[in-house]
Write a protein that binds this ligand. Structure first.
Ligand SMILES: *Cc1c(COP(=O)(O)O)cnc(C)c1O
Length: 385
């Protein structure tokens, strides 16, 4: 077989999935076009019920994006000026952007070299340093379940409880992941989901949700996403925002949600194929006792930046895409330089986050990748080493 005859490999693939559910999507969209219930229609409420059921949590509140999910969750706690929000330096920018937008100060915490998630010892150390410097109040920890792998939620919750802090799960890359048999959405005080198209559950535009077991918080989130409205539409109880999920996106998510359980199994199977072919050549994601990853992304570690460059070029030549999440730790981004300097005047270094940015490489990961394709990815990668 020549290269030209081989099926193309995509980093993500929304087409294969769409082919399975296209008639249902068309039917649901047509129903909304006929009804005219574009905002706050019955599809949004149905989706919220099904999301809560899937996650095993009390409440789900649909919102306009993962970023807005984080923002509404923090607004509900009154997080703002003078507050320190602890979050990993190795994550997507949205995690750090939100506290800054609210006037709070992100305090960057290093991550663990194997899980890529927030380092608990470093977290405790930085909370103590913030208290010592005495300028900011430690208010919240945002744990990110990076690449789909759950952070150490029992430990994060314990730290937050001891310090009277809010525990927010940025589960944007991890919907479907579980810890000790409990899905994300049951951990932390609230969890933020993103339905950006390439996430484990994605819509065809922007969308998100906040999951929580706390009925009071869920009610606040519903108010905040609709301009802080009270019991009636024109009672404005608090400063909110326009953060609603629209009915068309909810309808698309309702078509996709029934596939998710099997898709998560496929992702885990693909991760197994990669691990079998790549361990010994590169550092592959390790097992974590009690945790089930959602495999939102599959990232390996190469020895250094120049090897990574060579490997990416070899893969590209063989028609295999790859990507770098993330090329720079957040504390090195111009947008966060001032906040980083302000958060802790004597900030310890963040060596793990910095080193990972030079070595990390994401491979194609989507539920419709077959075993032969996974083998081609692994062959292309090892050929470049
Ligand atoms: C995607 C993502 C977000 C933001 O989600 P949007 O829906 O794009 O706003 C936040 N945090 C992390 C870790 C993400 O990967």
């Amino acid at each position: 077989m020549t290269e030209a005859n081989q099926s193309p490999i995509n980093l993500f693939d929304m087409k294969a999935q769409q082919a399975l559910i296209r008639p249902e999507i068309d039917r649901r969209i047509a129903a909304i076009l006929d009804s005219g219930a574009f905002i706050n229609g019955p599809d949004v409420r149905e989706l919220e019920e099904k999301l809560a059921e899937f996650a095993g949590c009390g409440h789900a509140v649909g919102v306009s994006s993962g970023t807005d999910a984080l923002q509404i969750a923090m607004m509900a706690e009154g997080i703002g000026r003078g507050d320190a929000v602890f979050l990993p330096a190795f994550t997507y920018t949205a995690t750090a952007e939100v506290p800054l937008v609210l006037g709070a100060t992100p305090v960057f915490v290093d991550v663990e070299p194997d899980s890529f998630n927030i380092d608990l010892e470093d977290l405790k150390r930085r909370i103590a340093l913030v208290k010592e410097e005495g300028r900011l109040r430690p208010r919240a920890v945002v744990g990110v379940d990076l690449f789909g792998r759950p952070a150490d939620w029992p430990a994060i919750q314990e730290i937050c409880r001891a310090e009277g802090m809010f525990a927010l799960d940025d589960a944007a890359q991890a919907f479907g992941a579980a810890l000790d048999g409990k899905r994300l959405g049951q951990w932390g005080d609230a969890a933020a989901l993103s339905f950006y198209p390439t996430k484990t559950l994605g819509c065809y535009g922007d969308g998100g949700a906040i999951l929580t077991n706390d009925a009071g918080r869920a009610e606040l989130y519903r108010s905040l996403r609709t301009h802080g409205e009270g019991k009636t539409r024109y009672a404005v109880e608090r400063t909110g925002m326009n953060g609603r999920l629209d009915s068309l996106q909810a309808a698309i998510l309702l078509c996709k949600l029934p596939l998710l359980e099997d898709e998560l199994k496929s992702r885990a199977r693909i991760a197994g194929w990669y691990a079998a072919r790549l361990s010994g050549h590169v550092v592959v994601p390790g097992e974590q006792a009690g945790a089930t990853s959602a495999w939102g992304l599959y990232s390996v570690l190469l020895p250094d930046a120049s090897t990574r460059e060579r490997v990416q070029a070899t893969m590209r030549d063989r028609g295999v895409p790859s990507a770098i999440y993330y090329p720079k730790p957040l504390h090195h981004q111009p947008a966060y330089a001032a906040a980083h300097a302000e958060g802790l005047r004597a900030a310890p270094p963040l060596p793990v986050s910095e080193a990972l940015c030079d070595r990390i490489l994401a491979l194609p990961m989507h539920p419709y990748l077959d075993k032969a394709q996974a083998a081609r990815v692994a062959e292309a990668l090892t050929a470049g080493l």
